[in-house]
Design a protein around this ligand. Sequence first.
Ligand SMILES: O=C(O)CCC(=O)C(=O)O
Length: 276
Amino acid sequence: MPKILTQQQVEQYRQQGFLSPIDVMSEEEASRYAQQLQAAEVEYPQELNAENRNNPHLAFGFLDQLAHHPVILDAVEDLIGPDFALWGSVLFIKEPETRHYVSWHQDATYVGISPHDYVTPWLALTPSDRETGCMSMIPGSHRDDIQPHLETFHDDNILTRGQAIQEVDESVAVDLILRPGQMSLHHCRVIHGSQPNRSKQRRVGFALQGYVPAGGRQYLGANYWLPIRGNFMQADFIELERPASDMDPQALGERRKANQNWADILYQGAGRKRAY
Ligand SMILES: O=C(O)CCC(=O)C(=O)O
């Protein structure tokens, strides 16, 4: 018996590789989180900027709260079962009227986690629609293998290697339109991407990337995990600490450790490396 999703929604995720929209919180509450984020960006510009947006939940209490939000976790549990950990998080921010985009890709290509049964909730803190550059998904593509990705390193591409799948039937793509406080959930192998933000407002999404069920492990780098529910950890896994308060030295250390591990994993074998 699912906790908050309907059986039909669980089935839809299995068939299509994504589910959207799911209400997590009110628009007002999401706007308060967006304001908190903006205040933190002003106060700690070295820790939150375009080149430093990975794993902020390890250093900021309000983002740790989102990573443990009961609605998000109940939906995740409905999709992957009661035992899971979080691998990491990314703030996907597109500033107003900018050219930044995300090319068609499958998350599982470079992240080194096996097996491919983990899920990413993407929570909108501002409106995410066609004008602001919402995500689009190719239904059912998670049932295919990993496709060849061309590493473009294009300046406007937000992805680490600017990796892009070339052969995609865009005519079947589904746009995931979210109001602030709603989330989508996507499978680690579904093909997805997003267009630039043509609007006059920021588009802010917080991706919890991803929640991994028991039995999952990292095979390209260290097994640093934030246990979330049930039993996930294995003997050689290392537990990450939650932040006791924003930016405390322990929390910063945890985030640096996780980010260094991510860089080692995400750029493994790459011809070039960017600053994020
Ligand atoms: O925020 C975006 O536009 C893309 C995010 C994405 O690719 C992801 O969450 O896996």
